[in-house]
Design a binder for this molecule. Structure first.
Ligand SMILES: Nc1ncnc2c1ncn2[C@@H]1O[C@H](COP(=O)(O)OP(=O)(O)O)[C@@H](O)[C@H]1O
Ligand SMILES: [Mg+2]
Length: 248
């Protein structure tokens, strides 16, 4: 697999404090990558760097071999909060994402058709007419996933997207996301501070150090999904990740 995202020795400082110190890693085309690290180590900032919402002080960020600033169309975001407009239906929220991205170059009917198709894919086939207030937390987050998919990005950046959901919904959403990823073939970059979530989801886990942040380790997981975290093999992985995260 080729690298679709390449972070090469990036450094960033905010107000004199070094956040990243020559941080490097690659993300392969089509892979599900999880980024874990302690609170404040720069996980969310890293997604902003990949999306070219934030410039690096030094180093290079390339998407498909091009500088990140030329590749914003390849990227869509899913945040911790679904960020839906309360006065637009689920379907209209998905369409809005496309309108903002494509403008008048795509006609409304095509956008609505795509929105309905993707709401179906995320399990909301009959719910497109509902307003956000009529949807549960998990359903709202499904709408925001559909909105991200609707602009047909190569890469979806997800910043702790399930952390505000109750535990049962969270588990359900994780397995659904794996199915969506398999069906769509997107590259997913998923930030989490929960080790179990990363083990359940990832092809590879990038473990960040504390600040000044570098990559502490990259761990490859080959176990078939759905994964049982209580197997001896994955218990070892969990213990290893815990040790890496606890190290000073
Ligand atoms: N725009 C900004 N200006 C100054 N400091 C920032 C800014 N954005 C993030 N930071 C700081 O950078 C560090 C990393 O933040 P963040 O990426 O949000 O961490 P994480 O998502 O891992 O919890 C934190 O110390 C935070 O306070
Ligand atoms: Mg964060």
């Amino acid at each position: 697999m080729n690298a679709i995202v390449r972070l090469n020795e990036i450094s960033i400082a905010f107000g004199g404090e070094t956040i990243y110190d020559r941080l490097s890693f690659d993300i392969r085309d089509g892979e599900f990558i999880c980024i874990v690290g302690r609170s404040g180590c720069g996980k969310s900032t890293l997604l902003r760097v990949i999306a070219d919402l934030l410039a690096v002080d030094s180093g290079e960020v390339t998407i498909g071999g091009r500088p990140a600033k030329q590749a914003w169309q390849e990227i869509a975001f899913v945040f911790q909060s679904p960020r839906l407009l309360a006065w637009r239906s689920a379907e209209d929220n998905v369409v809005l994402g496309q309108q903002l991205r494509f403008g008048p170059s795509v006609d409304r009917q095509t956008m609505h058709c795509k929105a309905r198709e993707l709401l179906g894919l995320v399990g909301l086939g009959g719910d497109g007419h509902k307003m956000p207030a009529m949807l549960s937390g998990g359903e709202k987050q499904r709408v925001s996933i559909a909105r991200a998919l609707a602009v047909d990005p190569k890469i979806i950046l997800m910043d702790e997207p399930f952390s505000a959901l109750d535990i049962k919904t969270r588990h359900h959403m994780r397995s659904e996301l794996v199915e969506i990823w398999k069906k769509t073939g997107k590259t997913i970059v998923f930030v989490t501070h929960e080790i179990e979530e990363a083990i359940e989801l990832a092809d590879r886990i990038v473990v960040l150090s504390s600040k000044p942040t570098t990559v502490r380790q990259v761990m490859q997981l080959k176990t078939e999904r759905p994964r049982d975290l209580d197997t001896p093999e994955l218990k070892v992985v969990r213990a290893e990740l815990q040790t890496l995260l606890n190290a000073p």
